[in-house]
Write a protein that binds this ligand. Structure first.
Ligand code: FBP
Ligand code: MG
Ligand code: MG
Length: 290
């Protein structure tokens, strides 16, 4: 993509600012939108009112940014073309990650990835990725080639907490999704081993669970299942952005055999097994699956 370096960095800054400024509004808008709509997303999952609403806000605001050429979301079947792809970025979002937690009022997030190639694109073409976490307070992690920064968000303001978010050296937590009776034997015995070393932390929103791994070290997975070989999570909207954040924080990602960033992107809504966290634990997981 041919835009000048200055224009590219202005566009990236605008994308991050728009997501940061929308976060408080998205969280407030969850009130009264905790029910399902009579529709499924392209992955065949029930959509919640809040999923559709948050997607609408992000589509309108992100597609209006000069230098954003494509917008795509977990909630929409097709890429929304909004500029010249020869001269702009593609933004992929999971507007609400963990929206099944609306019912129980638990943690959720918003995930984004900014690609330098038309979607579906390889994780190697990400230039920025990150997430908003709607916890007791709203935080945001933003990864780019310089590393990972963490912010606290309040109203429209973004306050830098650290510009060097890195995984701690001594891992503490793990969380694996899916029903244990559907895990292949190799996953089951890996979990049997690591549960003697780490503490279980699983909250049902990838972004909440991944943020615990970023804070304390360890491993998060939504693994391959005997019923669903590619697990549940989507490469463009979830796997790639989180794989990029973890790599820039000093850890790594895998689909079971290779970095998520090296998985070939064939379809917008393709699923992939996801294993992310401290390098030692992801390496051992790959060895267990060999
Ligand atoms: O309810 P399960 O099967 O544990 O699945 C939880 C996983 O599904 C997800 O909620 C999928 O994301 P969405 O909510 O964006 O569809 C992940 O955040 C989470 O890790
Ligand atoms: Mg999600
Ligand atoms: Mg979602």
């Amino acid at each position: 993509m041919a835009a000048s370096a200055t224009r590219r960095s202005e566009t990236l800054e605008s994308i991050v600012n728009v997501i940061a400024r929308s976060a408080a509004e998205i969280r407030q808008g969850l009130v009264g939108r905790r029910g399902a709509v009579e529709a499924e997303n392209p992955s065949g999952e029930v959509q919640m009112e809040a999923d559709v609403w948050a997607d609408g806000i992000l589509r309108r605001r992100l597609s209006a940014i000069d230098g954003v050429a494509q917008y795509a979301s977990e909630e929409e079947p097709e890429v929304f073309e909004c500029g010249d792809i020869e001269d702009g970025f593609a933004v992929a979002v999971d507007p609400l990650d963990g929206s099944s937690n609306l019912q129980s009022n638990n943690t959720m997030g918003t995930i984004f990835g900014v690609y330098d190639q038309p979607l579906p694109a390889s994780g190697r073409s990400l230039v920025t990725a990150g997430f908003v976490l709607y916890g007791p307070i709203i935080t945001m992690a933003v990864a780019n080639e310089e590393g990972v920064s963490e912010y606290e968000l309040s109203g429209g303001e973004r306050t830098l907490i650290t510009d060097d978010l890195t995984l701690p050296e001594d891992p503490v937590v793990f969380g694996f999704g899916g029903r244990a009776q559907h895990w292949p034997p190799a996953i089951e015995s890996y979990v049997e081993t690591i549960r003697t070393e780490l503490k279980l932390r699983y909250g049902g929103a990838m972004i909440g669970d991944v943020n615990q791994v970023l804070s304390y070290g360890g491993i998060f997975a939504y693994p391959t299942l005997e019923t669903h070989e590619n697990g549940k999570l989507r490469l463009q909207f979830e796997g790639n952005p989180i794989g990029y954040v973890l790599k820039q924080a000093g850890g790594r990602s895998s689909d079971g055999t290779r970095s998520l960033l090296d998985v070939e992107a064939t379809e917008l809504h393709q699923r992939t097994p996801v294993y992310v966290g401290s390098t030692e634990y992801v390496d051992r997981l790959e060895a267990a699956l060999e």
